[in-house]
Ligand binder design. Sequence first.
Ligand code: ADE
Length: 224
Amino acid sequence: MKIDVLTLFPKMFEAFKEESIIGRAIKNKKVEINIHNIRDYTLDKHNRVDDYSYGGGKGMVLMIEPVKRALDSVRTKDSLVIMMTPQGEVYNQKKAYELSKYKHIVLLCGHYEGFDERIRSLVDLELSIGDYVLTGGELASQVIIDSVVRLIDGVIEKDSHLNDSFNNNLLDYPVYTHPAEFEGMKVPDVLLSGNHKLIDKWRYEQSLEKTKNKRPDLLKKEDD
Ligand code: ADE
């Protein structure tokens, strides 16, 4: 998979691209991630990428021209172009699986007061990572990249993500490691029993119980 990010703050992606599972996925050529500075695509002699809002109002608005030029330079017929905005469809694990099937994703990050409304006509999809407002789309795009890249074949063991919270609309079951007892807190006996049938049953029941207590809304969902 190839991911191109269009941003005004490319430095925000430096550590993100180097560390942990994403860093390893890049090294192992499971994913290519390119960061482009929208400012490099302006024709304006002062490198302006934003301007005042027509009709007045505070805050600057991201201009369509540099965004269109940046998009034109990365987009192909296989690309899915996604704009990061709190006004978009709310992102979830089902969407992460859908995105992980694409060959090429382009993520457009805004900053300032917003995007010129006409930029919406240039994108395939608008995504929000939740009902709160960030100062820009950079962190939101990193959330998308992180959750999608871990689903690409060979990035992590398949078993790890098949048991993830939200698959089958259930939260993850509890897990434990050594020691078997710590300050009086014991690992449940069933996990030490070696009986895998019983362990699977216990884990399923725990997932269900946890979901009922913490996220009953997930059990009511039927569509994903
Ligand atoms: N940009 C600002 N807030 C955002 C959000 N919640 N999701 C995606 N992009 C954003």
